[in-house]
Design a protein around this ligand. Structure first.
Ligand SMILES: Nc1ncnc2c1ncn2[C@@H]1O[C@H](COP(=O)(O)OP(=O)(O)OP(=O)(O)O)[C@@H](O)[C@H]1O
Ligand SMILES: [Mg+2]
Length: 495
């Protein structure tokens, strides 16, 4: 159709009727009409197929076709061409049927004057345009819904519940298999069903314009997904819900991450509680040590010094008190050295891990009677202070455990190193881990602060720690990666 000219095809077997319509239309100027005529459906369809027709006037009583079936053929051949059906005065029912089959309008031939005919043609063209725009928009929407990753559903009391491919993928329910009840009921977890349906029904009865719920839904593969479902509710003037459109989002990954985060937070909270308790315990232990031993020695030293102030003390007695005071001062200094050594071994920074371990092993042996055998290669080179301090603290804690739990009189500490990592093995000859701790999966959570702290230290440096039992006793293995000195955070000195 051009702005000035509308192409009309009349399919009409009665030449008089066709001539009349042509006369009426060709007498009109704005717009102008170019009219073609076909006297059978077959010739009409042939002309239609060639294209260029803007509107079709169709008689339903043709020699080669009767009734609205012709419309089916026409809509296949030229779906964009609007059709106005021409009927006799008593054929209105037929015309209505044709409208249902897709005709845009109808005209009773005997009433068709110039005004009515042009008006009907214009109206049919506009109506077809609007219907086409709507069809395209609906098609676009349908494709968008199909393409959406979210499962989209629509609740309509008349039409039931259509859904998109994403929902089929999620639930495994296909349109053939599904009834409304099956759609709603089957996939939702039995423990969630009542809650979800009650809240949906209550929301529909109320005045809310949206609804949301979270529930578990059985997927096609039999696994449960966590669904976040939200819907928009359309209501009529009286507030009655007329249609609900919803989108289901699978939030299982999010839920899993949330749960992992919560678990890790719980673990962290527990760990910091344990660490605070351990710190407190350690402070009390040092205070007790200072009070019970060092403070007693200092008190005795102070008594002796006071006695020495007494000018009347016999020389022999004075000399005994003096040598006692010297012994007390030496004991005091030894005590303080032990305590400070435990808190921060001075040798570690100056002479390195190997010397610090040798000195610590000796002191440990004196305090506990447990012999510590150090197996360290002669060419074991120095590591970063962080790695050396970590290994030292782990040996300290590991030996404390040997003393506390194993009953062993011997502990072997082996250190090995290559270009990639340093490996520490602490083996005792004791009773091994209690059975409850031997299951690796369970073990981690049941260890006390000592093992958790050791593991944290190792993991902070990108390493790992294992505590297991073997035939000989308990064995602690720590592996730390070595980063060379030209890298950032180098874990090895030199290189
Ligand atoms: N060498 C070992 N021989 C036998 N059992 C051990 C050994 N080392 C650790 N265990 C077991 O592992 C458990 C956890 O040790 P961990 O050091 O974490 O806690 P703890 O020593 O009981 O308490 P603390 O928090 O004071 O260190 C111990 O309670 C003990 O049962
Ligand atoms: Mg311990």
């Amino acid at each position: 159709m051009t702005a000035q000219c509308v192409s009309v095809l009349i399919i009409e077997d009665n030449p008089d009727d066709a001539w009349l319509a042509r006369e009426v239309l060709q007498g009109t100027s704005e717009p102008a009409y170019r009219v073609e005529w076909a006297d059978t459906l077959t010739t009409g369809l042939t002309r239609l197929a060639e294209g260029g027709i803007d509107v079709l006037l169709l008689d339903l009583g043709l020699p080669d076709s009767r009734g609205p079936q012709a419309l089916t053929l026409i809509s296949h051949l030229a779906p964009a061409v609007p059709v106005v059906v021409l009927t006799g005065a008593d054929d209105e029912q037929l015309a209505m049927d044709a409208m249902r089959e897709g005709a845009q309008d109808y005209l009773v031939k005997s009433h068709a004057d110039s005004h009515l005919l042009t008006h009907t043609i214009r109206y049919a063209i506009e109506r077809k345009r609007a219907a086409e725009a709507l069809r395209i928009s609906e098609e676009r929407l349908r494709l968008a819904v199909l393409a959406a990753n979210e499962a989209i559903w629509e609740y309509d009391p008349v039409k039931g519940i259509p859904w998109n491919k994403a929902y089929e993928g999620l639930s495994g329910i296909t349109p053939e298999a599904a009834s409304v009840a099956e759609f709603c009921v089957r996939p939702i977890h039995p423990d969630d069903r009542d809650r979800v349906f009650r809240s949906f029904a209550e929301t529909l009865e109320g005045r809310a314009l949206s609804w949301r719920a979270e529930y578990r839904l059985k997927r096609a593969d039999g696994e449960w997904s966590h669904i976040h479902d939200r819907a928009i509710i359309a209501r009529d003037r009286s507030g009655q819900a007329t249609r609900v459109v919803g989108a289901m989002l699978d939030v299982s990954d999010l839920k899993r991450s949330e749960e992992a985060l919560r678990a890790s937070n719980r673990k962290l909270q527990q760990l910091s509680r344990d660490l605070l308790r351990a710190q407190d315990y350690e402070r009390r232990r040092i205070a007790r040590e200072l009070h019970d031993s060092t403070a007693q020695l200092l008190a005795a030293l102070s008594i002796n010094l006071t006695r020495l102030q007494d000018g009347g003390l016999e020389p022999e007695r004075r000399s005994r008190v003096l040598s006692e005071a010297v012994e007390l001062a030496a004991a005091c200094s030894a005590e303080i050295r032990t305590v400070t050594c435990l808190l921060h071994p001075p040798l570690l920074q100056e002479l390195g891990l190997v010397s610090a371990l040798q000195s610590y092993a000796q002191g440990f042996n004196q305090r506990t009677g447990i012999h510590v055998e150090l197996k360290i290669p002669a060419d074991f080179c120095r590591l970063s202070l962080e790695v050396e301090a970590t290994l030292f603290r782990i040996v300290q804690e590991g030996l404390a455990n040997v003393h506390k739990h194993s009953g062993s009189q011997l502990a072997v500490v082996r250190l090995e190193q290559d270009s990639q990592e340093v490996r520490l093995v602490l083996q005792d000859r004791g009773r091994g881990l209690p059975e409850v701790l031997q299951d690796q999966a369970e073990g981690y959570v049941r260890f006390g602060v000592g093992v958790i702290g050791m593991r944290e230290r190792a993991e902070q440096l990108g390493g790992r720690l294992e505590l297991t039992s073997n035939k000989i006793g308990a064995r602690l293995i720590v592996v730390l990666p070595l980063v060379h000195s030209n890298d950032e955070n180098a874990n090895i000195v030199g290189g």
